[in-house]
Design a protein around this ligand. Structure first.
Ligand SMILES: NC(=O)c1ccc[n+]([C@@H]2O[C@H](COP(=O)([O-])OP(=O)(O)OC[C@H]3O[C@@H](n4cnc5c(N)ncnc54)[C@H](O)[C@@H]3O)[C@@H](O)[C@H]2O)c1
Length: 360
């Protein structure tokens, strides 16, 4: 197969591209605008492959998307390009509307024109796989709100949408567009909604890499509110395997929830990282001493948790990492890859991109 991946220089997209090149015989066309979150240095392991192609393009550029589709003739599209950071969506929602909603619309229309030109068999086999988040479902009751003895609910594929932030509202909107292109035009789309990812190559503004790097630099470890928000953590390489399973074996028109069965309070995640660092790079006192509580994020969802039963039953996917094994690998990766971190933090990789790539 030839798979067009949007956002392949991002955290999850780069894991998907590495997985496809390293573990399958398929080819990848990576379409990425290289925003602050896109980093080609996350792809140096695979970028020399003859099966890897890069297009430095904004998905909002309809003419360029049409050119890329007609030139590369993909068998499937995996759409990951997005603005993805909730805090940034609160201070500046415009780019979220632009990329996540308008960009998805432009991409759907470009893909529909290309898909319409295929033979009937190729049309049927084609997949438009939209990668989304569990945040579209809003939040779930927290254990401290749930009456004693009552089981805690989980997000299923049938949970009604109730997004809370500009980020999750823009993703919800794009999910609706994708489903409408299936229902109205018959384009074979699939949506996946996944829980919080963590792992190597994660931009250091998100909780886990931020805490690891701040801890090592002796800086405060900021915790929103009481730190009792619950997230269901999935190791990014498990997500990449799930996405490849869905794009190759998933049924058109279906939605699959993807999660790690790892519900953790934010404070416990931070404690685990501190305890690992105490073990691997001990210092005087514990890294836990650097924890600082800060004012909670407005509209902060209290609990997310995924029922990933459908993808497990129907497609046989299960995560390979527990939170304990995945977080240990992640901490060790940041310790071993200071070069990647330094380039991201200093912005040095941006000037390298500007010298090497022309943007369209
Ligand atoms: N990170 C998570 O925990 C998580 C969980 C579930 C779902 N998701 C979804 O998975 C996808 C990828 O998330 P991520 O964490 O890798 O995001 P990321 O922010 O790390 O990467 C996004 C990538 O998209 C690119 N991009 C942004 N705007 C673009 C545009 N207009 N045109 C082309 N490329 C553009 C960026 O340059 C970057 O490479 C997103 O759609 C996100 O909503 C993320």
């Amino acid at each position: 197969m030839k798979i067009l991946v949007t956002g392949g220089a991002g955290f999850i997209g780069s894991a998907v591209v590495r997985h496809i090149i390293n573990s399958t015989q398929d080819s990848v066309v990576n379409v990425d605008k290289l925003t602050y979150a896109g980093n080609l240095q996350s792809l140096t392991d695979v970028s020399d492959s003859e099966r890897y192609f890069f297009e430095h393009v904004d998905i909002c550029n309809a003419a360029e998307m049409a050119r890329i589709l007609n030139e590369h003739k993909p068998d499937a599209v995996m759409h990951l390009a997005a603005e993805s950071h909730v805090d940034r969506s609160i201070t500046g929602p415009a780019t979220f509307i632009e990329t996540n909603i308008i960009g998805t619309y432009v991409l759907l229309e470009a893909v529909r024109a290309y898909w319409s030109s295929l033979t009937d068999a190729a049309k049927k086999a084609f997949r438009f796989h939209h990668i989304s988040t569990d945040e579209v479902y809003g939040d779930l009751p927290h254990p401290d709100e749930q009456p004693q003895g009552q089981p805690l609910p989980l997000f299923t594929e049938k949970t009604a949408y109730a997004p809370s932030s500009p980020y999750s509202a823009s993703k919800a909107s794009s999910d609706h567009l994708v489903r409408a292109w299936l229902r109205t035009y018959g384009m074979p789309t699939i949506v996946t909604n996944c829980s919080n990812n963590y792992g190597p190559y994660h931009f250091p503004e998100k909780l886990i890499p931020l805490v690891i790097l701040n801890a090592l630099e002796g800086k405060p470890l900021p915790i929103y509110g009481k730190g009792d928000q619950i997230r269901d953590w999935l190791y990014v390489e498990d997500h990449a395997r799930a996405l490849y399973t869905v794009v190759t074996q998933g049924v058109a028109g279906e939605t699959y929830n993807i999660g790690g069965h790892n519900e953790k309070q934010n404070l416990d995640v931070v404690y685990t990282i501190c305890d690992l660092l105490d073990e691997i790079v001990p210092k005087n006192g514990s890294y836990r001493d650097q924890i600082t509580y800060v004012t909670d994020r407005p509209g902060h969802d209290r609990r997310y948790a995924i029922d990933a039963g459908k993808i497990s039953r129907e497609l046989g996917w299960k995560p390979q990492e527990t939170f304990e094994s995945g977080i240990r690998k992640t901490v060790q990766w940041y310790l071993d890859n200071q070069h990647w971190v330094e380039n991201v933090k200093s912005g040095a990789y941006k000037s390298w991109i500007e010298q090497n790539y022309e943007k369209r």
